[in-house]
Write a new protein. Structure first.
Ligand code: ZN
Ligand code: ZN
Length: 256
């Protein structure tokens, strides 16, 4: 009887455990990410990536410039963040997860995304967490926050902090209402984002000497993370590493 009631409560709290989040097929409750096997096969987990920008590599020996350990995307760039780690390739299914979270406020999606990120991180890079001190996230501008009502990166970061056992702090604020970055090239994004972020006054002392992880949903050109890394490092941060759920393969057209 008690078990029945408990199951009922679970159904209300976690309705996603009953059906696949993509195709709605019934799945078992103990399915880790609420994604059925057929859909899970269509999602490409990133195992082989550039150690610097985190973009997936197709053929490591041909793609990475061994003298600098960089891929064709970042070989001519000097990012201010130390590295980016992304977990899933940007694709039709994977981007739906981010869209559902971003535009229909499906909170359970933040939980699933955070679980995938935490599991993958512990699997592919178990030593990283021991070196990091603080978790933070990419902030939205006040204007965007007012229209959307929430920040998807913050939602993911909240779950992730619990899963990886790091304290979460709101470190950075977006002081410039930037135009939408979608469709802009790397260079244009840099121009738009220049000086868009500042460190919150009340956490200035906290940052000094700390290694910081920044959470975001998608890594496109790296311009956003780079601009945040710049202000964190100017404020005295140690390493700055970004954790982003999705990233696309290197494409020449985003690199103008
Ligand atoms: Zn499915
Ligand atoms: Zn790279």
């Amino acid at each position: 009887m008690l078990e029945k009631i408990w199951k009922k409560i679970l159904d209300i709290i976690y309705p996603q455990n009953l059906n696949c989040i993509f195709c709605d097929m019934p799945i078992s409750r103990n399915n880790r990410y609420s994604i059925c096997r057929t859909c899970l096969k269509k999602i490409i987990f990133i195992h082989n990536s550039c150690e610097y920008c985190g973009k997936p590599l197709i053929n490591t020996s041909l793609e990475v410039d061994k003298s600098v350990e960089k891929c064709p995307y970042c070989v001519d760039k000097r990012f201010l963040f130390d590295r980016n780690i992304s977990f899933i390739e940007y694709g039709d299914l994977s981007k739906k997860m981010v869209f559902k979270l971003k535009y229909s406020d499906k909170t359970y999606m933040a939980k699933i995304i955070a679980e995938i990120m935490a599991d993958s991180l512990l699997n592919i890079n178990p030593n990283l967490l021991g070196r990091m001190d603080i978790l933070t996230y990419v902030p939205l501008s006040q204007k965007r926050m007012e229209s959307r009502g929430f920040n998807q990166a913050q939602k993911i970061a909240k779950y992730l902090a619990g899963l990886i056992g790091l304290p979460l702090f709101d470190l950075v604020e977006r002081t410039k209402n930037t135009e939408k970055l979608h469709g802009l090239s790397s260079r244009e994004r840099r121009r738009v984002l220049k000086n868009a972020f500042t460190i919150r006054k009340e956490v200035r002392d906290l940052i000094v000497g700390k290694n910081i992880l920044i959470v975001d949903d998608v890594f496109t050109t790296g311009a956003t993370i780079d601009e945040i890394a710049k202000v964190l490092k100017l404020a005295g941060a140690g390493q700055v590493v970004s954790l982003t759920f999705l990233t696309g393969k290197y494409e020449k057209d985003i690199d103008k």
